[in-house]
Write a protein that binds this ligand. Structure first.
Ligand SMILES: [Zn+2]
Length: 393
């Protein structure tokens, strides 16, 4: 059972019973014994809407851990977790639009120091730090490419800059790529029988925020393409004479389906306060017809582009993430309809589309997973995963 906890991270007693084949009563007795010996810790959680006991390995002094930093256009998240997938601490802070790299990196460094103090962690035990950026990173130069969500960051030698500022080994990665890694390492979508026989997971993670980008895991490996830039879904053209996009093209998916576009559409010509993503989510769930139409049109356009992706790559699972997660089925259903309309029926029938279960943490968790993967040489592809609940702290 200790091995199951090490492999799959914090698990409910029911998951442990399913994963190990032990009876519920035996698992319960073992947990009590391990708890008395200080090997595990327990906390109350909910699983499928019911109260459950979440069991995790106790952390001991000197246990090492990874740090994941997710830099968004409007937020900054710093998170620490162990190789046993236990989240040790987390801090989130809003960022002003147009934030500068120097200020944000200094803020991340302060948040990490605060997290270490709060969770009583030693900086010397950090294995490494993964950093997610909402933009394509050109592997030839290690710099953020042009036409991105953070124009102020273009051309910076980010990895060197971050390594110096944080005083840690740092690996910088596109945020959607990290989301894809997190979904196979932490998510609920264990590898299928077919995939297990044919070499690994086939999953696409689509981050829908101020921009739209995808991380592609093919055959259990992250697909990086020729220069490290892949999954630029937001710049696939969907309307020939549409608005000019920040990339310089016209009618890109981002100009009709990003969160920024949806918010722009919410109050045309109204001088009131600018709507936020929280307003969009609240009005959509309240059944506001105009908001529902905005969400539906965005979903259909995203589904149309994903139809091409599915025809070409044949993923088993497409996971949607980003600040749109609380829209749930309101968005997922229209993406499904778009994909069904614009892909081969047999491909559409074989492709699952779901909302991420990682609660906006996918990018930071993926950053941790990447550090831990590089430190251990383990595959990202999970062993046949039992569900890995993420402890909320
Ligand atoms: Zn574009």
């Amino acid at each position: 059972m200790v091995r199951a906890l090490r492999d799959h991270g914090p698990s409910t007693q029911a998951d442990l019973s399913r994963g190990t084949g032990l009876s519920a009563a035996t698992v319960s007795n073992l947990v009590r014994l391990l708890l008395s010996e200080g090997v595990v810790e327990t906390e109350t959680t909910t699983s499928s809407g019911r109260r459950a006991v979440l069991v995790s390995l106790s952390r001991r002094a000197g246990d090492r851990f990874a740090v994941g930093i997710d830099i968004g256009r409007r937020h900054l998240r710093v998170l620490a977790c162990t190789p046993a997938r236990q989240i040790l601490g987390e801090r989130v802070r809003p960022l002003p639009v147009g934030h500068l790299a120097e200020d944000t990196i200094a803020c991340a460094s302060t948040m990490l120091d605060e997290l270490l103090v709060e969770a009583d962690l030693d900086r010397a035990d950090i294995i490494g730090c993964g950093v997610g950026i909402p933009g394509p990173i050109d592997e030839r130069t290690g710099q953020i490419a042009h036409g991105v969500i953070l124009p102020e960051w273009v051309g910076l030698p980010l990895e060197d800059h971050l390594t110096t500022q944080l005083g840690l080994p740092v690996h910088v990665e596109n945020d959607a790529n990290l989301g894809a890694i997190a979904e196979i390492w932490w998510g609920e979508h264990g590898v299928s029988d077919l995939e297990e026989r044919s070499g690994g997971e086939n999953l696409v993670f689509v981050k829908i925020g101020s921009g739209i980008g995808a991380g592609l895991v093919m055959g259990g490996r992250l697909h990086r393409g020729h220069i490290g830039i892949t999954g630029e879904l937001g710049h696939v053209g969907v309307t020939e004479y549409g608005p000019v996009c920040r990339c310089g093209s016209r009618g890109c998916l981002e100009t009709v389906a990003s969160v920024s576009t949806m918010l722009d559409l919410m109050r045309p010509g109204d001088a009131g306060p600018e709507p936020t993503i929280d307003d969009l989510i609240r009005l959509a769930h309240a059944g506001d017809p105009a908001t529902l139409r905005i969400v539906e049109d965005a979903g259909l356009a995203i589904g149309r582009v994903l139809g091409g992706v599915a025809n070409l790559l044949g993923p088993r699972m497409i996971v949607l993430g980003g600040p749109v997660i609380p829209l749930g089925d309101l968005l997922v259903d229209s993406v499904k309809r778009g994909l069904a309309r614009w892909s081969s029926p047999v491909v559409a029938g074989a492709t699952d589309i779901v909302m991420s279960s990682l609660d906006g943490r996918a990018e930071a968790l993926g950053a941790c997973a990447q550090v831990l993967h590089e430190a251990s040489d383990e595959s990202w592809t999970p062993r046949r995963a039992t569900r890995v609940p993420v402890a909320h702290r």
